[in-house]
Write a protein that binds this ligand. Structure first.
Ligand SMILES: C[S@@+](CC[C@H](N)C(=O)[O-])C[C@H]1O[C@@H](n2cnc3c(N)ncnc32)[C@H](O)[C@@H]1O
Length: 263
């Protein structure tokens, strides 16, 4: 793998973090605002989330859902399991996972944006999802013990991290032997040019930071995980004109991936 594609040193990391926090504060507080990407229940159902299970999740969490694909069919969460969601946003996937692991299991959501954590925590407290906890942290440095989770999940987040390799190493560290990483994320068919990868606003919109698909998969494998399944999610599409242009030109797309830590 080309190191420069796994560790992007061109985007200004401080500027990027500010832009990402600003954008996802707005996602939490004003989901009906103007974004490059679609959000909410209609999209969630189109991606494959079953309506009956969405009915049991707080509607406000679904309204601010900014994921890019469905991967729970790959994750196959079981009652009693421990799950961690990297970049939990307003909490939709943590609640979805909590329904699957039940009272004997638990779900930890990690996010760096206060407004997202405030919203998901308030919804959790209001609706009694007692098996969900949230922590303010970076996904590349998670304050949880080695080998303490059965599954690491993530939706539309790793593309936002300047160093994807670090995030996948962290996922591998957190997983028990035999545990799985199941995620949906944005990748590209062709390498993005510098004027896009240096644009912090396009990064924050889940485009500028997207790795070429082979490099993305190689970064997961380099962390010691074994890829079991990769699928395109053609139901996902960006909605702004500039984002659609990038999609057409560079094959920016959503994929769902399942990878396992060797037992
Ligand atoms: C596209 S949203 C997806 C949120 C959620 N997974 C969902 O499906 O709605 C990205 C989320 O990741 C968080 N995030 C981005 N980069 C992060 C990082 N390096 N560490 C922790 N959280 C991060 C943002 O604050 C935001 O809430």
């Amino acid at each position: 793998m080309n190191q420069a594609t796994a560790i992007n040193t061109e985007v200004n990391a401080v500027d990027l973090e500010l832009k990402v926090k600003e954008m996802y504060r707005d996602v939490a507080e004003d989901p009906n605002g103007d974004f490059h990407f679609e959000m909410g229940r209609v999209m969630a159902e189109r991606l494959g989330y079953p309506a009956t299970e969405l009915d049991d999740i707080p509607a406000e969490a679904i309204a601010s859902f900014a994921g890019v694909g469905y991967y729970f069919d790959l994750a196959k969460l079981k009652p009693g399991e421990r799950v961690i969601d990297l970049g939990s946003g307003s909490g939709m996937d943590t609640f979805f996972a909590a329904l699957q692991v039940g009272q004997d299991g638990n779900v930890v959501g990690i996010d760096m944006t206060d407004a997202q954590l405030n919203k998901s925590s308030q919804l959790r407290d209001r609706t009694g999802f007692v098996n969900v906890t949230y922590q303010k942290a970076y996904i590349q440095s998670v304050p949880e013990k080695d080998e303490s989770f059965d599954a690491v999940i993530s939706n539309g987040v790793v593309n936002l991290a300047p160093d994807k390799s670090k995030v996948f190493k962290e996922a591998a560290r957190l997983l028990k032997p035999g545990g799985r990483l199941a995620l949906a994320d944005i990748v590209t068919e062709r390498q993005l040019p510098g004027d896009i990868t240096c644009d912090a606003t396009l990064w924050a919109a889940c485009i500028g930071g997207a790795l070429q698909q082979d490099d993305y998969i190689a970064a997961i494998e380099a962390a010691g995980l074994v890829i079991e399944h990769v699928q395109d999610n053609p139901e996902y599409h960006f909605i702004s004109e500039s984002a659609e242009w990038a999609t057409r030109t560079f094959g920016v797309k959503s994929v769902s991936i399942l990878a396992r830590k060797p037992a």
